[in-house]
Design a protein around this ligand. Structure first.
Ligand code: ZN
Length: 120
């Protein structure tokens, strides 16, 4: 659109035999338009990147909410990116039917066991 406008201006200047000053202004405008187009292109690329990052973050949040709604933390690295890996009887109270829920960490791979009532 800007390019078309510049062409119209150029045609007008040539038609009317306008001064060299106007040509210089036109040249400066062209330069500026080129710079703006490059900037626009860079910003579009950054926007795409930001959108991808936002989508990735949303997916992580959804995953945490689904797999680890209580925000339990890995005993190995402290991450909340845990996924349930099973259950086992508690070492002390297992005979009384108390289980521990086992989570595997997606970050470091460590397994952490939590009391069942922390699951909600
Ligand atoms: Zn971990």
């Amino acid at each position: 659109m800007l390019e078309a406008l510049l062409k119209q201006m150029e045609a007008l200047i040539n038609e009317r035999g306008s001064a060299a000053v106007l040509r210089e202004h036109l040249a400066l405008l062209r330069e500026r338009v080129g710079a703006l187009e490059r900037e626009n292109s860079d910003l579009r690329a950054q926007l795409q990147q930001a959108k991808a990052q936002a989508q990735d973050s949303q997916q992580r949040l959804d995953r945490f909410a689904r797999d680890n709604p209580k925000g339990l933390r890995c005993n190995g690295c402290g991450s909340v990116d845990l996924v349930r890996a099973g259950a086992k009887p508690d070492a002390i109270f297992g005979d009384l039917g108390v289980n521990r829920v086992v989570f595997r960490c997606r970050v470091c791979g460590a397994e952490s066991a939590f009391m069942e009532d922390t699951m909600g």
